[in-house]
Structure formats: C-alpha cells, structure tokens
Write a protein that binds this ligand. Structure first.
Ligand code: ADP
Ligand code: MG
Length: 315
C-alpha cells in the first residue's frame, strides 16, 4: 500500500491538528492575503510581486501552465516555503500557524487497485492522523474516557464528511476499487473532516471526466457557500469551474493576475502576462478557449478529456 494520505504532503502533523478552536477576533473575513509576495527556490525566483486576497466563502481558481508555481503557492500558504519578499497572512496568522484550520489536498494522489483501506478509513486518517504516539496518560481512566468520546466524535465527523461529498454509499468499499471520481470525493471528504475554514486543493479535477469535474467543482462551490469555507483550487482548465468561481488567479512567467474570471481571462490581460499575443475566445456554449499561450502541455496525455474547449493549461 502507498503511504496513508493523511501522512503525505507538507508538514502533515501540523495539518492534522484540530480545526475547531474558537475564531480570534482579528481573523475577520480574510482567509488569504498575499502582498507583493515572492518565492525563491535555490537561486530561482519562482514568482514575484504576487498579491492575492481570498475571503471566507470565496471560491478561487489558481490557473497557469505547468511549472508556473501553483503548487508552490499552496506550499507558501501552508508555511512550508518562506517568502523571499512581501507578506502573507493565512486565516489572520502567519503561514503555518493556522494549518489546523486548513484542509489540504496535495497534488498527485493515486491508490493501487489493491488498496484494501475502506473509503471511511481514508477519511478517518484525516481526522486523527496526528493522534498516534500520544504521550503516556497521567490518568488512565480519564484517558480512556477521552478516547471513547473522541472515537464517537470521529465517527460522527467522518460520516458527516462522507455524506457532504456524496460518498456515503461507498463508504465501506475499498478505496482501490472506486472510480477516479469517487476517490476524489473521498479525498475531499478527508480534507473536510476537521471542518477547516480554508481548503487548498491541488488539482482535484485531475484525471476526472467532464461530468465528474463539474460535479466536484459544484461540490466545492456548495461547501464554500453553505459552510463559509474559502477554497483555493488549482486547476488545469477553467471551464468546468466557470459557473461556480468567485475569482481567478492566473500565474505565468513569474507573475500573477487576479480578479473576476471575465476580467482576468481576456486577450489583453493574458497577452500582457505572457508577453506574447494570446487570444481568449468565447465559444457559443460559454466556454473559454485560450489560444496562443507559449507553454503547451508537455505531458498529461491522460487529460485529453476536455474536447474542443481545451486550452492547454497543464498542471
Ligand atoms: P505548478 O504546480 O504550477 O506546476 P510548481 O509549483 O510545482 O508548479 O513548480 C514551480 C517551479 O518550481 C517549477 O519550475 C519547479 O520545477 C520548481 N520547484 C518546485 N519545487 C521545487 C524543489 N523542491 N526544488 C527545486 N525546484 C522546485
Ligand atoms: Mg502543481
């Protein structure tokens, strides 16, 4: 079996802390605030002068070609990479400080077909991934009592999260046997199980067919609306997200543009960002097609499920 998912990715222990501490008065509505931020890996500046603001309840897509630094941006928000310039606040705190209130779905997840863990076990890992190796209890009866009530709470939360994403019908099935769309819902349930206030989802639509991309996008939008959760979703194609998005961030050439989709995804704005002529075409069905951007997808042959609306944003 592969490593349990709750234990992969960035600073897993910190991510698995409880989300349900009371909100601090200074937290307000801001979920993410980046100002003139820059990040460097080794000698390379990945991006600079990135300003971004995401409020509670907002659903924001993070787009851009392969290697533009989208995953890097999520890692900055998690406090796993320091800024080389500018400032960042996440849920009113320095990056990394509020990780217990963040549901993070890292990029590249796959289960072997033979993985026997059930869907609900995967979600449960998200709930108590950091509970292994507790220090020795001072009082055994008290510790047992706490463990019992915590176990009940965990079962309720897991059931709730599975219900929320529509995965309850296959909760008992081994994750390796589920379809890509079903697995993705289970992983989103895992990110949700601690009732986070911010969701960071790195390409959750990756490898899903179009109906499932739309369904997962709709699900995230509903969670934002109903639970007041902010979501930053890294995506390859804006089209399945168009009906749901509040804002979009477009990363390319070490820079970013941010705003409502119809403002950012225009020929003028993208040409300026790419420094070459780019055309944004509006298909009759409302889809956007970006033509002429320099970076064509170098791989991801599996992604050719998008049909004529595909406009070549790779991972
Ligand atoms: P995206 O998610 O947009 O495809 P990434 O954020 O993964 O892009 O990567 C942005 C750039 O940073 C890429 O050029 C990548 O090679 C580089 N990069 C990412 N992580 C590391 C690392 N740990 N060491 C060196 N370079 C890295
Ligand atoms: Mg990435």
């Amino acid at each position: 079996m592969k490593q349990p998912l709750a234990m992969t990715g960035v600073r897993p222990a910190a991510l698995q802390e409880r989300a349900d501490r009371p909100a601090r008065p200074d937290e307000g509505r801001s979920a993410v605030a980046l100002a003139q931020a820059a990040v460097r890996i080794g000698p390379r500046t990945i991006w600079s002068d990135v300003s971004l603001s995401v409020d509670r309840g907002d659903f924001v897509a993070l787009l851009g070609p392969n290697g533009a630094g989208k995953s890097t941006l999520l890692k900055v928000l998690l406090g796993a990479l320091p800024l080389a310039a500018g400032s960042a606040r996440v849920l009113g705190e320095a990056p990394g400080e509020a990780n217990r209130a963040i549901g993070y779905l890292p990029q590249r997840r796959a289960f072997d077909a033979g993985t026997r863990l059930r869907a609900l076990d995967i979600v449960r890992l998200g709930f108590d991934g950091d509970r292994w190796g507790l220090p020795l209890p001072v009082s055994l009866p008290r510790a047992l009592g706490e463990r019992w009530s915590r176990g009940r709470e965990a079962r309720d939360r897991v059931a709730e999260a599975l219900e929320l994403v529509g995965a309850a019908p296959y909760a008992q099935r081994p994750i390796g046997e589920l379809s890509g769309g079903e697995q993705q819902r289970v992983l989103i349930a895992q990110a949700l199980v601690r009732q986070p206030r911010l969701l960071l989802l790195d390409e959750p639509l990756d490898s899903l067919d179009l109906p499932n991309q739309a369904a997962v996008a709709g699900l995230v939008a509903r969670i934002c609306r109903d639970q007041g959760v902010a979501a930053v979703l890294v995506a390859h194609d804006v089209n399945p997200l168009l009906p749901y998005l509040d804002r979009v961030v477009y990363l390319a050439h070490g820079r970013a543009v941010e705003g409502p989709v119809r403002e950012v995804m225009t020929s003028a704005t993208l040409s300026d960002l790419y420094e070459v002529p780019v055309e944004v075409l509006h298909a009759s069905d409302g889809r956007l097609v970006v033509v002429g951007q320099p970076e064509a997808p170098a791989h991801h042959h599996d992604r050719h499920v998008m049909g004529p609306g595909e406009h070549g944003h790779a991972g």
